[in-house]
Design a protein around this ligand. Sequence first.
Ligand code: ADP
Ligand code: MG
Length: 400
Amino acid sequence: MKFRQSVFKDESKLDINYVPSRLPHREKEHRLLMEFFSFLTQFPEKMAQRVIVTGDIGTGKTALCQRFGADMTIEAGRRGVTLRYVHVNCREYRGKLSLIIQHAVSILSPNFPKRGFSSEEILRTLLQSLDEEKAFMILALDEFDSLIEAEGSDAVYALTRLQEMRQSASQRISLVLIMRDLKPTEQLDASARSTLQRNVICLEKYSKEQLVDILNDRVSMAFGSAAVPEDVVCLAADLARDESGNARFAIELLWRAGKYADAEDLDVVAPECLRKAISSIIPMTQRNELQSLGYHEKLFLLAAAEFFKSSQKAYGTLAEVEKAYAITCEEFEEQPVSHTQLWKYVQLLTALGILKTEVSGEGTRGRSTLIYLPAVSASELEKELRGLLAEGKRGGARWR
Ligand code: ADP
Ligand code: MG
């Protein structure tokens, strides 16, 4: 038997959570962050800093902040300052400040009781632990908009005031707030807003050339030598550029293309592997739309995806998909919504371009509306929706 060799050398370097040691084309922003926090190496107890990092999906916000956190911690350590960088995704904690701070505390004091404390109490405990340890913390709140949405200005006050109230004592906690744009901060009242928006670092979308550099860097870490031809990297960058300069999309695309190459026993990642990969990925723009759908809209779309996945039919009637939806509701232990409501869902999903409809020709039963899926794989759609629905359950997101 022939030994099959993979095009990959180290797949983990393409993992979404991997933070590379350098981020091409984010050097300037990295330096700026280090500048903003340079006081930590000189007079750490004298001040606390607040910085907002904005940028579209896949512009490297999370990666940049994590890289900065690790580098800043080392830099502080060199000067004898104990610094803790804690990165929390607010959405994972439903935007609830108490849960977010709880997580931060649990990193310092793993035995701290999990329940029964208000965010102020937990914050106070956090400050105390830092005092005892003579340590400082940079708390990075990723997807900060979910915290604003859930708790509004009060959360911002809680985060900033407690420290200000202890004026005699040392400043301990600095904040890095990460979000796509500043729009959510408009919901805050004026004074909460003004405590935040002093330093804003905005990450621009990547150009095609920048994406090529980023991809080349990853390719050399993740793939065997000569496994990815130059024009394939170029094509991946072009495709990702169309997805609004999204580095995450570009990296995921290459990883999938590699999988297709392996599945076909190829020595190199051919352009065709890339084309297969792209047609299997749900475009990021559509993913956002999926995310923003209501709970039953998601259930209905899941039912449609499963209907098309399991049946050989290219087109389905609303009645057929409605039947599938009833089964999906059973699985999720939900009461189905009315037929009229479903009809509205079809119109909404069609307007969003997620579903397509066509009126059937005049047959014996008259005209009826047929539903079909546009250029997207039913099983990818199913996978994506199941993921989102699970998140919704866990996160208790606003349903309907
Ligand atoms: P965001 O948080 O803005 O949505 P991420 O930080 O998650 O974006 O970046 C998406 C992916 O792209 C991650 O895998 C990240 O490591 C990678 N990435 C983004 N920018 C760069 C860069 N400049 N150099 C290398 N990899 C990058
Ligand atoms: Mg992110």
